[in-house]
Design a protein around this ligand. Structure first.
Ligand code: GUN
Length: 286
Protein backbone atom coordinates (compact mmCIF):
# COMPACT_ATOMS: atom_id res chain seq x y z
CA UNK A 1 0.00 0.00 0.00
CA UNK A 2 1.22 3.46 -0.85
CA UNK A 3 1.35 5.67 2.24
CA UNK A 4 0.21 9.25 1.77
CA UNK A 5 2.06 11.85 3.79
CA UNK A 6 -0.27 14.39 5.40
CA UNK A 7 1.29 17.80 4.81
CA UNK A 8 0.50 19.87 7.90
CA UNK A 9 2.78 22.70 6.84
CA UNK A 10 0.96 23.24 3.54
CA UNK A 11 -2.48 22.80 5.16
CA UNK A 12 -1.60 25.34 7.86
CA UNK A 13 -0.48 27.78 5.18
CA UNK A 14 -3.82 27.37 3.38
CA UNK A 15 -5.71 28.03 6.60
CA UNK A 16 -3.66 31.18 7.21
CA UNK A 17 -4.47 32.42 3.70
CA UNK A 18 -8.20 31.77 4.28
CA UNK A 19 -8.05 33.62 7.61
CA UNK A 20 -6.09 36.52 6.14
CA UNK A 21 -8.88 37.06 3.59
CA UNK A 22 -11.51 36.83 6.32
CA UNK A 23 -9.70 39.33 8.57
CA UNK A 24 -9.19 41.74 5.64
CA UNK A 25 -12.94 41.51 4.92
CA UNK A 26 -13.76 42.34 8.54
CA UNK A 27 -11.38 45.33 8.48
CA UNK A 28 -13.09 46.74 5.39
CA UNK A 29 -16.19 47.23 7.51
CA UNK A 30 -14.19 49.67 9.68
CA UNK A 31 -13.77 47.34 12.65
CA UNK A 32 -10.55 47.39 14.74
CA UNK A 33 -7.85 44.79 14.11
CA UNK A 34 -8.10 41.52 16.08
CA UNK A 35 -5.45 41.21 18.80
CA UNK A 36 -3.77 38.32 20.61
CA UNK A 37 -1.76 38.83 23.82
CA UNK A 38 0.72 36.10 24.67
CA UNK A 39 2.29 35.87 28.13
CA UNK A 40 5.61 34.07 28.47
CA UNK A 41 7.03 33.45 31.94
CA UNK A 42 10.74 32.65 32.11
CA UNK A 43 13.23 31.86 29.38
CA UNK A 44 12.63 28.25 28.34
CA UNK A 45 14.08 28.11 24.78
CA UNK A 46 11.35 25.80 23.40
CA UNK A 47 8.62 28.08 24.80
CA UNK A 48 10.41 31.12 23.35
CA UNK A 49 10.37 29.46 19.91
CA UNK A 50 6.67 28.57 20.18
CA UNK A 51 5.78 32.12 21.23
CA UNK A 52 7.89 33.60 18.42
CA UNK A 53 6.10 31.37 15.90
CA UNK A 54 2.69 32.39 17.26
CA UNK A 55 3.57 36.07 16.92
CA UNK A 56 4.87 35.47 13.36
CA UNK A 57 1.65 33.66 12.39
CA UNK A 58 -0.42 36.60 13.71
CA UNK A 59 1.49 38.96 11.40
CA UNK A 60 0.84 36.68 8.41
CA UNK A 61 -2.91 36.59 9.09
CA UNK A 62 -3.31 40.29 9.94
CA UNK A 63 -3.84 39.85 13.68
CA UNK A 64 -2.15 42.37 15.97
CA UNK A 65 -0.11 40.68 18.69
CA UNK A 66 2.00 41.39 21.72
CA UNK A 67 4.23 39.16 23.79
CA UNK A 68 4.37 40.01 27.47
CA UNK A 69 7.57 38.65 29.02
CA UNK A 70 7.73 37.99 32.75
CA UNK A 71 10.67 36.83 34.88
CA UNK A 72 10.69 33.18 35.98
CA UNK A 73 10.40 34.33 39.61
CA UNK A 74 7.33 36.54 39.01
CA UNK A 75 4.71 36.06 41.73
CA UNK A 76 1.52 34.21 40.91
CA UNK A 77 -0.51 37.27 41.95
CA UNK A 78 1.38 39.55 39.54
CA UNK A 79 0.70 37.12 36.68
CA UNK A 80 -2.99 36.86 37.63
CA UNK A 81 -3.20 40.69 37.80
CA UNK A 82 -1.79 40.91 34.28
CA UNK A 83 -4.39 38.41 33.04
CA UNK A 84 -7.18 40.40 34.76
CA UNK A 85 -5.89 43.58 33.07
CA UNK A 86 -6.02 41.84 29.65
CA UNK A 87 -9.51 40.49 30.43
CA UNK A 88 -10.68 44.10 30.91
CA UNK A 89 -8.92 45.50 27.83
CA UNK A 90 -11.48 45.58 24.98
CA UNK A 91 -8.72 45.80 22.34
CA UNK A 92 -7.47 42.32 23.36
CA UNK A 93 -9.51 39.47 21.86
CA UNK A 94 -7.33 36.49 22.77
CA UNK A 95 -5.16 35.72 25.80
CA UNK A 96 -2.65 32.87 25.84
CA UNK A 97 -0.29 31.99 28.67
CA UNK A 98 2.46 29.78 27.31
CA UNK A 99 2.86 26.51 29.23
CA UNK A 100 4.67 25.06 31.10
CA UNK A 101 4.84 27.57 33.96
CA UNK A 102 7.38 27.65 36.82
CA UNK A 103 6.44 25.30 39.66
CA UNK A 104 5.45 28.04 42.17
CA UNK A 105 2.58 29.13 39.89
CA UNK A 106 -0.70 27.21 39.75
CA UNK A 107 -1.50 26.43 36.09
CA UNK A 108 -5.10 25.81 37.08
CA UNK A 109 -5.48 29.24 38.74
CA UNK A 110 -3.88 30.92 35.73
CA UNK A 111 -6.15 29.20 33.20
CA UNK A 112 -9.32 29.74 35.23
CA UNK A 113 -8.51 33.47 35.58
CA UNK A 114 -8.60 33.99 31.80
CA UNK A 115 -12.02 35.24 30.65
CA UNK A 116 -13.46 32.19 28.82
CA UNK A 117 -14.43 34.36 25.81
CA UNK A 118 -10.71 35.28 25.42
CA UNK A 119 -9.38 31.76 26.17
CA UNK A 120 -8.15 30.95 22.65
CA UNK A 121 -6.32 27.85 23.95
CA UNK A 122 -9.70 26.39 24.95
CA UNK A 123 -8.30 25.31 28.34
CA UNK A 124 -10.79 27.08 30.67
CA UNK A 125 -13.30 24.69 32.28
CA UNK A 126 -16.14 26.60 30.62
CA UNK A 127 -14.67 25.85 27.18
CA UNK A 128 -13.84 22.28 28.18
CA UNK A 129 -17.47 21.94 29.33
CA UNK A 130 -18.74 23.25 26.00
CA UNK A 131 -16.59 20.73 24.16
CA UNK A 132 -17.82 17.93 26.43
CA UNK A 133 -21.52 18.64 25.97
CA UNK A 134 -20.97 19.60 22.31
CA UNK A 135 -22.86 22.91 22.40
CA UNK A 136 -20.46 24.46 19.87
CA UNK A 137 -20.06 27.60 21.98
CA UNK A 138 -16.52 27.17 23.22
CA UNK A 139 -13.05 27.22 21.68
CA UNK A 140 -11.56 23.94 20.56
CA UNK A 141 -8.02 23.36 21.90
CA UNK A 142 -5.58 24.02 19.06
CA UNK A 143 -3.64 20.76 18.77
CA UNK A 144 -6.62 18.35 18.80
CA UNK A 145 -8.49 20.85 16.61
CA UNK A 146 -5.59 20.59 14.16
CA UNK A 147 -5.81 16.78 14.18
CA UNK A 148 -9.51 16.85 13.20
CA UNK A 149 -8.90 19.57 10.60
CA UNK A 150 -6.22 17.42 8.92
CA UNK A 151 -8.52 14.38 8.86
CA UNK A 152 -11.31 16.47 7.32
CA UNK A 153 -9.15 18.22 4.74
CA UNK A 154 -7.66 14.88 3.63
CA UNK A 155 -11.23 13.48 3.48
CA UNK A 156 -10.42 10.67 5.89
CA UNK A 157 -13.79 9.43 7.17
CA UNK A 158 -14.28 9.37 10.96
CA UNK A 159 -17.97 8.40 11.11
CA UNK A 160 -18.30 4.81 12.34
CA UNK A 161 -14.52 4.24 12.33
CA UNK A 162 -12.44 2.70 15.09
CA UNK A 163 -10.46 5.59 16.56
CA UNK A 164 -7.72 4.95 19.09
CA UNK A 165 -6.14 7.80 21.02
CA UNK A 166 -2.90 7.02 22.84
CA UNK A 167 -2.53 9.53 25.69
CA UNK A 168 -5.09 11.11 27.99
CA UNK A 169 -3.71 14.60 28.65
CA UNK A 170 -6.04 17.56 29.10
CA UNK A 171 -4.17 19.35 26.30
CA UNK A 172 -4.46 16.67 23.60
CA UNK A 173 -5.66 13.13 24.42
CA UNK A 174 -8.94 13.94 26.20
CA UNK A 175 -10.12 16.71 23.82
CA UNK A 176 -9.02 14.71 20.74
CA UNK A 177 -11.17 11.81 21.98
CA UNK A 178 -14.19 14.10 22.46
CA UNK A 179 -13.76 15.62 19.01
CA UNK A 180 -13.53 12.19 17.34
CA UNK A 181 -16.63 11.12 19.28
CA UNK A 182 -18.46 14.24 18.09
CA UNK A 183 -17.66 13.11 14.52
CA UNK A 184 -19.29 9.73 15.30
CA UNK A 185 -16.05 7.79 15.69
CA UNK A 186 -15.92 4.79 18.03
CA UNK A 187 -13.25 5.96 20.43
CA UNK A 188 -10.85 4.04 22.67
CA UNK A 189 -8.41 5.90 24.90
CA UNK A 190 -5.14 4.19 25.84
CA UNK A 191 -2.77 5.37 28.57
CA UNK A 192 0.09 4.22 30.79
CA UNK A 193 -2.08 1.65 32.59
CA UNK A 194 -3.52 0.10 29.40
CA UNK A 195 -2.72 -3.63 29.29
CA UNK A 196 -3.09 -4.74 25.66
CA UNK A 197 -1.91 -1.55 23.98
CA UNK A 198 -0.55 -3.14 20.78
CA UNK A 199 -3.72 -5.15 20.18
CA UNK A 200 -5.89 -2.05 20.63
CA UNK A 201 -3.68 0.06 18.34
CA UNK A 202 -3.85 -2.68 15.70
CA UNK A 203 -7.65 -2.29 15.69
CA UNK A 204 -7.49 1.43 14.82
CA UNK A 205 -8.64 2.88 11.51
CA UNK A 206 -7.52 6.22 12.93
CA UNK A 207 -4.65 6.18 15.40
CA UNK A 208 -3.85 9.42 17.24
CA UNK A 209 -0.66 9.20 19.26
CA UNK A 210 0.01 11.85 21.91
CA UNK A 211 2.07 10.15 24.60
CA UNK A 212 5.19 12.33 24.44
CA UNK A 213 7.73 9.49 24.06
CA UNK A 214 10.06 9.28 21.08
CA UNK A 215 9.17 6.41 18.70
CA UNK A 216 6.79 4.87 21.26
CA UNK A 217 4.91 3.00 18.50
CA UNK A 218 6.10 1.38 15.28
CA UNK A 219 4.67 -0.10 12.08
CA UNK A 220 4.19 -3.58 13.57
CA UNK A 221 1.60 -2.10 15.96
CA UNK A 222 -0.71 -0.54 13.36
CA UNK A 223 -3.44 -1.86 11.11
CA UNK A 224 -2.88 -2.05 7.34
CA UNK A 225 -4.57 1.02 5.83
CA UNK A 226 -4.74 3.04 9.06
CA UNK A 227 -4.48 6.82 9.26
CA UNK A 228 -1.70 7.53 11.76
CA UNK A 229 -1.69 10.97 13.35
CA UNK A 230 1.49 11.60 15.32
CA UNK A 231 1.16 14.46 17.79
CA UNK A 232 4.54 13.91 19.45
CA UNK A 233 7.38 16.42 19.24
CA UNK A 234 10.37 14.90 21.02
CA UNK A 235 13.84 16.44 21.04
CA UNK A 236 16.44 13.67 20.69
CA UNK A 237 20.08 13.39 19.58
CA UNK A 238 18.67 12.63 16.12
CA UNK A 239 16.70 15.90 16.13
CA UNK A 240 12.92 16.27 16.40
CA UNK A 241 11.07 12.95 16.27
CA UNK A 242 7.47 11.93 16.80
CA UNK A 243 5.83 9.37 19.07
CA UNK A 244 5.63 7.03 16.06
CA UNK A 245 8.51 5.55 14.08
CA UNK A 246 7.26 6.92 10.75
CA UNK A 247 9.68 4.96 8.56
CA UNK A 248 8.39 1.59 9.84
CA UNK A 249 4.79 2.59 8.95
CA UNK A 250 5.59 3.42 5.34
CA UNK A 251 3.83 1.00 2.97
CA UNK A 252 1.45 -0.13 5.73
CA UNK A 253 -0.41 3.01 6.84
CA UNK A 254 -2.71 4.68 4.31
CA UNK A 255 -1.89 8.10 5.77
CA UNK A 256 0.70 9.39 8.18
CA UNK A 257 1.69 12.78 9.58
CA UNK A 258 5.44 13.49 9.54
CA UNK A 259 7.35 15.07 12.44
CA UNK A 260 8.15 17.85 11.95
CA UNK A 261 5.66 19.24 9.43
CA UNK A 262 2.54 17.32 10.42
CA UNK A 263 0.38 18.27 13.40
CA UNK A 264 2.86 20.89 14.73
CA UNK A 265 2.19 23.67 12.20
CA UNK A 266 -1.55 23.01 12.48
CA UNK A 267 -1.56 23.93 16.18
CA UNK A 268 -0.65 27.53 15.41
CA UNK A 269 -3.00 27.72 12.41
CA UNK A 270 -5.87 26.60 14.67
CA UNK A 271 -4.83 29.19 17.26
CA UNK A 272 -5.21 31.83 14.55
CA UNK A 273 -8.65 30.40 13.77
CA UNK A 274 -9.63 30.63 17.44
CA UNK A 275 -8.39 34.25 17.58
CA UNK A 276 -10.62 35.22 14.63
CA UNK A 277 -13.50 33.29 16.22
CA UNK A 278 -12.91 35.13 19.54
CA UNK A 279 -12.87 38.45 17.74
CA UNK A 280 -16.15 37.68 15.94
CA UNK A 281 -17.80 36.63 19.19
CA UNK A 282 -16.63 39.78 20.96
CA UNK A 283 -17.90 41.96 18.10
CA UNK A 284 -21.22 40.08 18.02
CA UNK A 285 -20.61 38.84 14.47
CA UNK A 286 -21.66 35.27 15.25
N1 GUN B 1 2.64 24.63 25.52
C1 GUN B 1 2.66 23.58 24.67
N2 GUN B 1 1.53 23.56 23.93
C2 GUN B 1 0.80 24.63 24.32
C3 GUN B 1 -0.46 25.16 23.91
O1 GUN B 1 -1.16 24.63 23.03
N3 GUN B 1 -0.86 26.29 24.56
C4 GUN B 1 -0.13 26.89 25.53
N4 GUN B 1 -0.62 27.97 26.10
N5 GUN B 1 1.04 26.41 25.93
C5 GUN B 1 1.50 25.31 25.33
Amino acid sequence: METRIIDGKETAKRIRIELKKEVAGLMEGGLPQPKLSVILVGEDPASQTYVRNKIKACAKVGIESESILMDADVTEEKLLDEIRRLNEDPSVNGILVQLPLPKHISVDKVIQTIDPIKDVDGFHVENVGSLTVGDGRGYIPCTPGGVIELLKRYEIPIDGKQCVVVGRSNLVGKPASLLLLAENGTVTICHSHTKNLTEICQSADILVVAIGRAHFLNGSQIKEGAAVIDVGINRTDDGLVGDVDTESCMGKAAYITPVPGGVGPMTIAMLMKNCVHAYKRQHHLL
